[in-house]
Design a protein around this ligand. Structure first.
Ligand code: ATP
Length: 465
């Protein structure tokens, strides 16, 4: 544990139906990925667990589902039109376009790259003799600012005024709805709003599978607090999120916190930390926590002309713009981390190697697999009956698999991370006492490989618990 290379996960994901290359039959579309049947289950579970923990699990949180398309003024107010840009450099030899700061980061580390001003990027690339990743020459143009927002047109008439953007973050949907939420939900400070949804960034150098794509999903929280209390809540969120990742079995030694230096902070932030994971290619951001102060509400007040202040319900004379602490999760990066961390190759007693995805049971695409030992009609009938009973009497998600030998089916379930497999055999239908008594089944544990024989009624009771 965990995966040693990204290829192990890319290949397992494709082979077992977690993640496929996008537009596959047309030769693909670079850096797009489709979540297959098992990936969709996994993704839904990540989102559901997140929502349960951070929205349903807390009295001080509510949820939101805002539009991807928003009035273009939102992005002027938020600063994205002016500031949301990366330093783009061209190779004078082969015309390859790339992110200058990322090349510097690869050679000199995140800290060195993060503090660079745009005009320092080209001199640094040349001084450090950092070559073009495509042709190997050191011949870079001056860096230009490249805005990452996707632009499109709304409506049937092309032209000025109709231009809109695909949202580059979900956060602004929350700020724009701040008043609506306060007015309808009787919120008292501190309170937060959680949202899960797609975001789009025209990244210059996407890559590393789903780590950096141009379309991705975020799980974001804007937590509104009284000015002066933000430092305390910042610490609370840092701990809560750290614990959340650990609760899925991510090893502490592969997680670290990185504090952004003053020169590196985004235009809206007065303090930011990242939680980073040790990916197969090195440390990379998994999660970001920012103190946005009252930057966004103030900007929206200015640009929309609307009063965005919060009125203290106990003292209506007390009106102010709350400060904001923002925990921002990447859904796809979290999934990639869970997959990498779960990947395990084990040598069994008989010398064979098995690959097993030790996914947290809350995230595994299936809770259970129901496996009739052979294709005999009576066995399949009995197993189908059991499947129906489990679905009706519990809320567990089951796979039903009759294809291939039982050994191969166990191996498949191990590779897709199913925590338990139930085998219906000749004992179950009263035809072989050696296998077990009538109406008993075998339940096999993914991690310990222990098998237990128990009656169907006992099994159902156990599953309900
Ligand atoms: P990076 O420095 O890696 O570009 P960022 O600091 O721009 O990330 P944020 O704006 O803080 O990222 O976004 C919050 C979270 O959204 C990140 O922690 C990450 O998990 C996720 N995220 C951001 N950009 C992408 C992307 N292009 N593809 C997939 N996930 C992303």
């Amino acid at each position: 544990m965990p995966a040693k290379s990204l290829d192990q996960i890319v290949s397992l994901s494709k082979r077992r139906g977690f993640i496929f290359p996008g537009s596959d039959i047309y030769g693909g579309l670079a850096n797009t990925w489709d979540y297959g049947p098992l990936g969709a289950e996994l993704k839904n579970r990540v989102k559901r667990t997140w929502w349960q923990t951070f929205v349903h699990g807390r009295q001080d949180m509510v949820g939101l589902d805002a539009s991807i398309l928003m009035n273009a003024k939102v992005w002027e107010a938020s600063g994205h039109v002016g500031n949301f840009a990366d330093p783009l450099v061209d190779c004078k030899n082969c015309k390859e376009r790339t992110r200058g700061d990322k090349l510097i980061e690869e050679k000199l580390g995140v800290e060195a790259a993060a503090v660079l001003k745009i005009e320092q990027v080209q001199p640094m690339l040349l001084a450090e003799k950092i070559p073009c990743p495509k042709c190997g020459k050191v011949a870079w143009t001056e860096a230009k600012r490249f805005n990452l927002m996707f632009r499109t047109q709304q409506g049937v008439v092309e032209g000025e005024g109709n231009e809109i953007y695909l949202r580059p973050e979900t956060a602004q949907g929350i700020f724009v709805n701040f008043k609506n939420i306060v007015d309808t939900m009787r919120m008292r400070l501190p309170f937060g709003v959680g949202q899960i949804g797609k975001a789009f960034r025209n990244e210059i150098t996407p890559g590393n599978f789903t780590f950096r794509t141009r379309e991705f999903e975020q799980m974001e929280i804007e937590y509104f607090v009284e000015p002066g209390t933000e430092a305390k809540y910042f610490e609370e969120w840092k701990d809560a999120v750290w614990e959340w990742f650990l609760s899925f079995g991510i090893a502490k030694e592969r997680l670290r916190i990185r504090e952004h230096g003053a020169d590196e902070l985004s235009h809206y932030s007065s303090r930011t930390i990242d939680i980073e994971y040790l990916f197969p290619w090195g440390w990379g951001e998994l999660f970001g926590l920012a103190n946005r102060a009252d930057y966004d509400l103030k900007q929206h007040e200015k640009f929309s002309g609307q009063d965005m202040k919060f009125t203290d319900p106990d003292d209506p004379k007390k009106k102010f713009l709350p400060y904001v602490v923002e925990p921002s999760f990447g859904c796809d990066r979290s999934i990639l981390t869970f997959l990498l961390e779960a990947y395990t190759e084990e040598v069994l007693e008989n010398g064979e190697t098995r690959t097993v995805m030790k996914l947290d049971p809350r995230l595994a695409p299936y809770d259970l697999a129901i496996l009739p030992l052979s294709k005999k009609e009576q066995l399949i009938g009995k197993a189908q009956e059991l499947y129906k009973r489990i679905v009706q009497e519990t809320n567990l998600v089951c796979d039903f698999d009759i294809t291939g030998s039982i050994g191969k089916r166990y191996r498949r379930q191990d590779e897709i991370g199913t925590p338990r497999a139930i085998t219906v055999d000749f004992g179950t239908i009263g035809e072989d006492e050696k296998q077990g008594e009538r109406d008993t089944v075998t339940i096999r544990d993914r991690d310990t490989l222990k098998q237990e024989r128990l009656s169907i009624n006992e099994l159902i009771e156990k599953l309900k618990r």
